[in-house]
Design a protein around this ligand. Sequence first.
Ligand code: AMP
Length: 439
Amino acid sequence: MQFTELGLSAELLRAIGEQGYTTPTPVQQQAIPHILAGRDLEALAQTGTGKTAAFVLPILQRLTAAQNTPLQKVTHTAPRVLVLVPTRELAAQVLESVRVYGAHTGLRSLAVFGGVGINPQIQTLRRGIDILVATPGRLLDHLGQRTVDLSKVQTLVLDEADRMFDMGFIRDIRRIIERLPKVRQNLMFSATFAAEVRELAHTVLKDPAMVEVARRNAPAELVTHTVIKVDQDRKRDLLLHLFAAHGWHQVLVFCRTKHGSDALARKLEQSGVRTAALHGNKSQNARTRALADFKAGKLAALVATDIAARGLDIDSLPRVVNFELPNVPEDYIHRIGRTGRAGASGEALSLVSSDERIQLRDIERLLKREIETSVMPGFEPQHNHSVPRPAAGRPPAQKPAQARTRSGSGTRSGAPRPARSGGGGAAKPASHHSGQRHR
Ligand code: AMP
């Protein structure tokens, strides 16, 4: 299928061509016709599938079509489209997409999010915009100050709905929805259809079309997973050793906490590895700069927390390092979703200490495979790494929709060459089959 078959306007096709896109991705093929037809939509699609263009393109088309109807040729000041997103970074990325795809439409857009001054946002809102991208907290601030008018919203998009729940935004979202006109189009995108997401869908969406797409790259198929067992207090030195030994660049390093990210970033920087930290306590300017530098290849490492990294659109990262494993196994999938994109191979390397063996076991269950484990000479763990058998009756880790896996793993070029493989008693993945989707 070609973009021209979707019935998009010449202005949009021109912008798409300028981006070098030739064919619509599956979520775009499936979602765009429904959105153009004015239907509500519930879409299961993750970052990397092209989901942003899947809602931005038809929204732009509908707005320009309305604009060109003689009766409606009025200048609107209040936004007609509201896109709610969980994080500042995602707000900036969605706004960027709106501006890139809408470059030839003359539509006006703005992103409002916290961490930056509110006054410039107020001034732009006053001048009038068509599309508003917002994080819930800052939008509520504007509503409280009466600096935004949501009474003209025709289309509501809830992007990364599952993450909005994870981040505790559900009440805010409901409060915002109360301020919208009752008759409107609703589009919801989520990476999982967890129970609470389904419930929100029931209350917000009216007779929605359903779209469900597999990840662009199932992680286990393109990504090499490796675990190096090491004591917690040796992890920093091991990481430095890996940077020095392999001349790594553009490595996304995950930590569990903001404080831990800062400490690690400082240590790497002091040791000559160009590094920035990305987490919620950083000023918006610092975060934007860190991300831009990282994307431009100016940084060897970006140390991030899960929430800060959520939804980041960084193309084809060669390597993701889990300095600490996430507590929630699904976050491992989100983390490694940053690598192995667009057909490129990637490596997910985890430094695992003995107190993380339960997390490792849960991740292996989720992936339905054992991850190759090794130790690095000079960094052999002193603490016991054996894995307890799963307690009777413990439910298996829930599997996200697209975590298709394939057995076996290997170490590819550029990866550390571990001293021995398969050591340390990695947990056997649970044998239950959970290949079906969450529906
Ligand atoms: P998203 O899932 O919206 O985060 O998009 C992931 C990446 O895919 C972004 O870098 C987009 O620029 C890119 N993209 C979106 N649509 C297409 C397309 N039809 N062909 C190629 N790349 C695309």
